[in-house]
Design a protein around this ligand. Structure first.
Ligand code: IMP
Ligand code: MG
Length: 177
């Protein structure tokens, strides 16, 4: 069996500091307005729950579920599938898509196209992590906690093969065959 090596990458305190900062920026930018946070499942669940606590606005929360990885892989298949749609109407809303990580950008490119048809007032992207060196689609997050190099990371919601999502901090994963 392959051995998984986890090395600490981003610690708890710095995560909570940065997430709080993002929440405060969003609160400032949308002052006097309502927002709809849409978490991209499953990776964004822990980030969204912390982010939402530091947003001082009338806030709706929903989720959307997509899938682009097949089995035990650390790179996207490039084909994004909608697994479960948002349960709220989007028309006239300030939609904020909340992602764990922007890698190739294909997932958010797909979601932006899918959701813009429903006429939200604004669409913004808020991501915990960004790997800009891997970008294929033109996606620029409006809010980003950390830019990281091309490493595969897990924890704080992010997984490998559905594992490690519950870790409270972010680790670099190396797989030894
Ligand atoms: P993209 O469509 O290539 O931008 O990929 C986005 C999705 O791939 C993210 O929402 C993650 O679920 C997953 N992903 C990309 N890089 C990583 C990583 O380093 N660790 C865990 N998941 C990742
Ligand atoms: Mg994701």
């Amino acid at each position: 069996m392959a051995e998984h090596i986890l090395e600490p990458f981003i610690g708890k305190d710095i995560i909570s500091e940065k997430v709080k900062e993002l929440g405060e920026r969003i609160s400032k930018d949308f002052k006097g307005e309502k927002v709809l946070l849409v978490g991209v499942l499953k990776g964004a669940w822990m980030f969204l729950s912390d982010l939402a606590k530091s947003i001082d606005l009338e806030t709706e929360i929903s989720f959307i579920s997509v899938s682009s990885y097949v089995g035990e892989k650390t790179t996207t298949s490039g084909v994004v599938r909608l697994m479960c749609d948002i349960d709220r109407p989007l028309e006239g809303k300030n939609l904020i898509l909340v992602e764990d990580i922007v890698d190739t950008g294909l997932t958010l490119n797909y979601l932006k196209k899918l959701l813009s048809v429903r006429k939200p007032k604004t669409i913004s992207i808020c991501t915990l992590l960004d790997k800009p060196s891997r970008r294929v689609a033109h996606i620029n997050p409006d809010y980003c906690a950390f830019e990281i190099p091309d490493e595969f990371v897990v924890g704080y919601g992010l997984d490998f093969n559905n594992m490690y999502r519950n870790l409270p901090e972010i680790y670099k994963l190396t797989i030894k065959k």
